[in-house]
Ligand binder design. Structure first.
Ligand SMILES: [Zn+2]
Length: 169
């Protein structure tokens, strides 16, 4: 049995299936989703100038967001200063939104750059924002039951989207 800690903060494992499918088709979901103009279906909760915020459809916890630049770059050093600033600005917005709406006790936030570091999608960088609650370690085994996830995603989207919308995002 895996330790609960490993299950919750293991982005590369959870994204593996999705990545393998996308790569096989030569697609990048972080380029395609925002270009489709189907933000509700794609769980895009906010659009900024250089960056968008999207729910992770393979969440490690309820409210798991990702902040992604529109530009298909793998490394922070490839981002302009404007893009860098907006990326971290969007992370702060996520912190505020999640704090107000879901009242977590803490966050795991992070980047996995490069396949060797465990990036599921290693050609298009993205920052994970995972809210944590004291005693939430039993949550993942519950949502690992796939029947629960779509409903959970829609409910989470419905709570988060208006927060950003009222801020013109
Ligand atoms: Zn891309």
């Amino acid at each position: 049995m895996k330790k609960v800690h490993d299950i919750i903060w293991a982005p590369w494992r959870m994204q593996y299936v999705m990545t393998a499918t996308s790569e096989a088709k030569g697609e990048c979901i972080f380029c395609e989703k925002p270009s489709e103009q189907r933000d509700v279906e794609n769980y895009i909760v906010a659009r900024l100038k250089h960056t968008f915020v999207v729910l992770n459809i393979y969440p490690y916890n309820n409210g798991h967001l990702m902040v992604v630049p529109y530009r298909h770059v793998a490394w922070l050093s490839q981002l302009s200063e404007d893009e860098l600033y907006e990326l971290i600005f969007a992370v702060r917005l996520c912190e505020e939104a999640l704090n107000e709406l879901m009242h977590p006790d803490g966050f795991n936030m992070g980047l996995n750059l490069g396949r060797a570091a465990g990036a599921g999608i290693d050609q298009h960088l993205h920052i994970h924002i995972v809210p944590r609650w004291s005693g939430d370690t039993n949550f993942m085994p519950v949502i690992a039951n796939t029947k629960v996830i779509p409903e959970l995603l829609e409910r989470t989207y419905a709570r988060l989207r208006p927060w950003f919308e009222t801020r013109g995002l």
